[in-house]
Design a protein around this ligand. Structure first.
Ligand SMILES: Nc1ncnc2c1ncn2[C@@H]1O[C@H](COP(=O)(O)OP(=O)(O)OP(=O)(O)O)[C@@H](O)[C@H]1O
Length: 466
């Protein structure tokens, strides 16, 4: 390569690139041809972040032509989620080190956001002086689509679960979504009630309309009516102009009445009228407004028990309980924990530009043995905490919040604990919970009875072992 303007072109594979080039001289045709023959998108920038070369694959992936890219600032061309405050190139130049395989998002020319995998290296001239950077990137859309296809069996939209009860709900969710009936979703806090409500909305005839979530427990009686139904100017002293309510905002869409068990009996009567007659009057108005909003109600209470206790109107209960979904707590579907962890790690990797690969065996063991009173939300927050603490590729026990650290005896797995021990432990506990009834246990674990039998033999689980 001596005698050319491109003094050295080295590709270190996983370690990334070091390209030596003199940017003030014309980019030789030979090397442009080489760059154009590469399947990955490649572009170079100078120290003012101006794009100096942009190969054919980069054009194809981004939808931006070479002539449009050259000379422009790289953040105007790629517009990635990292550009503003975590510019990788800046980090690379400061550390004089290649950053390989960062998953990030960029915007294409047609405004579509796509996931890419970016490797960033420094660009040096013949005197070994840094004169810019080189980025190579790969479109991950197809890989992500394939991955999603595989995950589809255990998910509905963004809801992940291989639990049998949840799978049953997934299978009827499209029908529920397409009906116009009111849906009641019951489950402890953090089990995914709002996620399900959104999935129903997204798959319904109302999908193009808005999705409006109202937290009923946050609304005192005095505000409930004005918040839900709005008011007209002069309805009360401070009503200086008309204000639309949440039902107005949700017209043609879906309204989620979250924590419906927390509303008073007086408010329940008002809500019943809307559900029965599909009309309401804003405060200060006598003109009824017709609503076509789909209503989904959610609660962490046992509404039927509330009816029996006289705290919830029976007629309203039957009105909202046309279709009822009960989401099991996470401690009853621990088989979901590993895939939920993967799901959150994938999401946080993309958001934070990190490349964490997973959790260590010991960390997984404590997460599997934990009780998860806060359900999936608590798991999500735990992984987010670990993300902040983790500097390497693997989340270890020490990265988890304090309650997972070895002070309490109950969460101390033996150091040799491996995945099969966790599985054995989970199966034994499930068998105990179900009085060693194999059909019930298999159902709870979401596996076939024959699979359970095989595992009992393989793990040498016997009734008297504990
Ligand atoms: N099965 C699941 N797969 C993926 N993410 C989930 C799942 N279940 C819950 N989550 C996530 O956990 C968090 C809590 O979920 P969500 O808000 O839907 O729970 P909720 O039951 O409505 O809680 P609350 O009763 O406290 O309002 C959200 O960030 C949601 O995305």
């Amino acid at each position: 390569m001596t005698g050319t303007n491109l003094h050295q072109f080295v590709n270190h594979g996983q370690k990334g690139h070091t390209i030596m080039i003199e940017l003030d001289k014309p980019f030789p045709r030979l090397y442009r041809s080489i760059l154009d023959s590469i399947a990955d998108g490649v572009y170079t920038v100078d120290l003012n972040w101006r794009v100096t070369s942009f190969n054919k694959a980069a054009e194809k992936i981004t939808g931006i032509r070479n002539e449009e890219a050259i000379g422009r600032k790289c953040f105007e061309v790629l517009r990635s989620n990292m550009c503003e405050d975590q510019c990788i190139l800046k980090q690379v130049i400061e550390a004089r080190q290649t950053v390989p395989n960062r998953p990030i998002y960029i915007y294409r020319a047609d405004q579509k956001q796509i996931p890419i995998n970016m490797t960033t290296g420094v660009l040096k001239n013949a005197d070994n002086r840094i004169i810019g950077g080189v980025m190579s990137f790969r479109d991950l859309s197809d890989i992500n689509t394939l991955h999603k296809e595989l995950q589809k069996q255990h998910s509905f939209e963004d809801i992940i679960s291989k639990n049998r009860e949840m799978q049953k709900i997934f299978s009827i969710l499209p029908q529920i979504a397409q009906s116009r009936s009111t849906v009641l979703i019951e489950g402890e806090s953090g089990t995914g009630k709002e996620l399900f409500a959104r999935a129903i909305h997204n798959n319904s005839f109302h999908a193009k309309g808005p999705f409006v979530a109202v937290n009923c427990s946050a609304l005192p009686d005095s505000l409930f009516e004005s918040e839900l139904f709005g008011y007209k100017v002069g309805a009360f002293t401070d009503a200086k102009k008309d204000k639309p309510g949440r039902f107005d905002q949700a017209q043609e869409g879906t309204i989620l009445l979250d924590e419906i068990g927390d509303i008073s009996l007086a408010v329940q009567a008002k809500l019943l009228r809307v559900l029965e007659q599909k009309v309401y009057e804003p405060l200060g108005s006598v003109e009824p407004v017709h609503t076509n909003t789909r209503v989904i109600a959610a609660t962490h209470n046992n509404l039927y028990q509330m009816v029996l206790d006289g705290n919830f109107r029976e007629d309203l209960y039957y009105r909202i309980n046309i279709v009822r979904l009960v989401l099991p707590p996470l401690r009853d579907r621990k088989e979901d924990i590993p895939s939920l962890i993967d799901h959150f790690i994938g999401r946080f990797n993309l958001l934070n530009g990190k490349e964490i690969l997973g959790v260590s065996q010991e960390a997984l063991a404590v997460l599997m043995l934990y009780d998860w009173q806060g359900n999936v939300r608590e798991l999500e927050n735990t992984i987010e905490h670990a993300f902040v603490m983790c500097r390497g590729e693997l989340i270890r026990r020490e990265h988890l919040p304090g309650r997972f650290l070895p002070i309490g005896k109950e969460v101390q797995p033996p150091p040799s604990l491996v995945l099969k021990d966790i599985e054995k432990e989970a199966i034994t506990r499930a068998l105990e919970r179900n009085q060693w009834n194999k059909s019930k246990t298999a159902r709870e674990l979401g596996i076939h009875k024959n699979t359970l039998r095989r595992k009992i033999i393989r793990f040498k689980i016997s009734g008297d072992q504990k």
